[in-house]
Design a protein around this ligand. Sequence first.
Ligand SMILES: *Cc1c(COP(=O)(O)O)cnc(C)c1O
Length: 339
Amino acid sequence: MRIKGEVLEFPSYRVVEGDYRIRLDKNESPYDLPDRVKEEIFEELRGLSFNRYPDIVSMPAREAIADFYDVSPENIAVGNGGDELIGYLVRLFEGKYVVVTPPTFGMYSFYAKLEGIPIVEVPLREDFTIDGDAIADKAKNARAVFIASPNNPTGNLQPEEEIIKVLDTGTAVVLDEAYAEFAGKSLWRLIEEYPNLIVLRTFSKAFSLAGVRAGYLLADGEIVDALYHIKSPFSVGIMTMAAVKVVLRHYDLVERRVAEIIEERERIRRVFREFTYPSDANFLLMRLNAYEFLLEKGIVVRKLSGRLDGHIRVTVGRKWENRELVEALREYLEVEGCG
Ligand SMILES: *Cc1c(COP(=O)(O)O)cnc(C)c1O
C-alpha cells in the first residue's frame, strides 16, 4: 500500500500531552460541572435505552436548543462537537474553494484539505479585523467563507458591517461564534434576514462540556435539511444529548462562570497590558515568547507560529492558576530584562 498524499498536519498532534499542573492551552472551561448538575444528567440517562441507536437527526438535543433560542428545531443542527459540523460545511455548498481568514481556527483548512478542497486565504488586517471587501471579492466563486468572531487565536470580535459586506454577496458564510458567550454579542438573529448565514456554536467552551463533544449551528431550514442528508447518522449519542438538555437548564450557572472568567481575563490583561491584545473570548493573545519558560513551570499554553510567531495564546483559568501564570510571566519578563 501507499498512504495517500502528504500527512495532514492535524493541530492536536502537536499538543503537549502529559502531566502538567496547569493546562491553559485548549480554551476549555476551567470549571467542571457541579456534582448536582452531573447527577441530573445521570438521572436523565437512567430513563434511556442504551441498546438503541440515538435519534438519527438528534431531535431531543435540537428541541432543547430550539427552546433555548425560541426558534424551530428546523433551524438547528447538532454535531459531535462544532468540529464535526465544520467537516460538513466545507462540503455542503457548490463552488471552487473555501475562503478562510488567517490567523484563525485551523479546523476550516484541516477539513478542506482532508476533502481535497482548495483554500483561498484573505488575511486579517493589521488590527486582526476582517477585510469585508477583499473577502467579498473572493466570495463569488467560493463554496463558503469561514469567519470566526470572536476570532481564535486573536480574541477579537469582527465588525458587524464587515460581516454584512460578506453576507450581501449571497455566498454561504459560516460565522463561528464558539466564544460568543464571553463576548456578550451574537449575530445569530441575522439568520432570518440572510438565508446564506450559518452561525456555529459549541458547548465546549462556556458550557463546560468539551469532553462530551457537542456543537450546533443555527441556519435556514434548507441548509439544516441538506446537512442532515450528508451527516454521519449516529454521531451524536444519547449521552451527549442528555448532557445538552441538562446544561441548558442551568444557563444561570454558565452566566456566572462566564462573568468570573471575563473578570479574570481583564485582570491578567491589566498586568501585561503592553504585551496583551484586547480579548472578547476566554483567552488572551500575548506578544511574549514565553512558551518554553512556562512549560518548565508546569504551565501549558498554546505556542503560535507564522504571522504570530513569538506569541502565545493563554486560556483564562481558575483564580489560582491565573495567579501562578501571572507570577511566572513576571519572572519571565525579569529574566528577559523587559520587566
Ligand atoms: C473550540 C472551537 C470550536 C468548536 O470546538 P468543538 O469542541 O469541536 O465544539 C469551533 N471554533 C472555534 C474557533 C473554536 O475555538
